[in-house]
Design a protein around this ligand. Sequence first.
Ligand code: ARG
Length: 590
Amino acid sequence: MLPHKQIQIRLQAAVLAVLPDADVSVVLVRPCPEPKFGDYQSNALMALAKARKLNPRQLATDVLAKLDLADTCEKVEIAGAGFLNFRLKTAVLAENLAAAARGEHLFFDRAATPKTVVIDFSSPNVAKPMHVGHIRSTGIGDALQRTLRLLGHNVITDNHIGDWGTQFGKLLIGWKQALDRVALERDAIAELERLYKVINAECDANPARLEEAKAELVKLQAGDAENIAIWKEMIRLSQVQFDTIYGRLGVKFDHTYGESFYNPWLGAVVNDLLARGIARESEGAVGVFSDSSLPPKEDPFLVNRDGEWVADPALVRKSDGGFNYMTTDLATIDYRLKTWSPTEIVYVVDDRQSPHFKKLFLTFARWQGDAVKQVKLVHVGFGKILGDDGKPFKTRSGDTVKLGDLLDEATERALKIAAEKNAALPAGELNNIAKVIGLGAVKYADLLPNRQSDYIFSWDKMLALQGNTAPYLQYACARIASIRRKAPVAATASQPAAPIGLEAPEEAALAKHLLNFGLTLEAVAEEYRPNYLCNYLYELAGKFTSFYENCPVLKAEEPTRSSRLALCDLTARVLKKGLETLGIETVEQM
Ligand code: ARG
């Protein structure tokens, strides 16, 4: 068990000894924000004391009297209004590193009680090219699924593609009347996009054309064989495009059910909502309205228009009998609960859909209150990618940036950098390095900001070899790999019993930071924030640099040399595993 867990368990026991009725699940031990005060800290006693109107420092003193950490920590200190500060014994730190060097752990524990988590992410719409915005849901979702799996949770990923909807009426007319087969062969998605634009414009100008599109859609919905066959072909062609992009990004899904999968249940969902009085008819459509259980400000079924609260229902059936995005999402939750009994369902979808998810979760709770008690429904939202001008990121000609083109450009730019640095490498190797650096840079730049904030897309910033970037971290990995190449095999960390010495302050600081890898992963999983891991790795690379600048490795005498090589090796392993958890590859040489 990692030392912070041990401290936490004993602290919880000590709290219970003093306050037998306390909820100790909130008694947590976290890295100390100020290393000069300690390695770990707990601020839980202050909240416990406040709730009971106790003096927090007195409570801390009482708890300390029951706390025995003599084998793990130096003297525990009470600070400020009632913080507890813990400092690990160097021997404990060294033993944890030695265990990691022996391959017993890599500074994280697998969850004692694994959760089952469904992650709904990426979810592009069929017959349209994936654009730059899709990197967000795809990258954040992938990093979260990797983190949760690493921690031993049971993860089910589902790409909820938009393969159903009114756009198919127009696409069907286009396919039947205006399809350019040669263009379809060359670039199917571009051709589908063209067809949609042409017919859409015609429909705008000519109501008869719009009626024609609606008629095609009705035929599709009724199962007309020809329309179904065309629709299936459009999905297949789109899937080929999606798969190419996912292949490049190294992203995989357990399922791609898509919206159309839920069609058979939609009628029953609406009927049930009507029968239970959760939905009602309004102007020919069916919707779920506010039940007045929330203050208007927090009620997603209300909007404020000119100072007045008016209904903003969740529509589940249109006046023409068609179903809505909401209806499909209700059926989807029902299906997921029945199929996988998850503890959590996580939707990685941009923040503009936040009202949709608020309505969805509340409607589902009103519909299946008991089922929903078992599961946490979470919308993991994120902001926009902006250009230099602060407006949504576009190409120079003002079009949306296609994701495929963006990845091409990332690789090309990285190739220039790699070629300048390593003119001597064979072309094949250079191309591979460029791919790893280019894709890594784009992914990392997207994961690094707090996910809810918008960020400005900058090639120069994300590809820089200095600063908080993927290339910087990849370069750190390559640098350590080169140190290991210079060290004779027998003296590397794989040698079992190498004792770890932590005399230099830079060694101890690096070691302590390594020990926080697991805590960081847990925080990422807890709050669905991969940026915590980015920042952890950046700090790790920084601590490694200070260590390497101040502590000779290859030139040191034994046993220091082996000990320091082990520190190098552990740092490389954590960096590599951390980047891999963010979906980012590394290379031995850069
Ligand atoms: N296809 C949708 C869109 O592009 C995203 C779907 C997200 N997932 C969901 N279950 N609603 O906006």
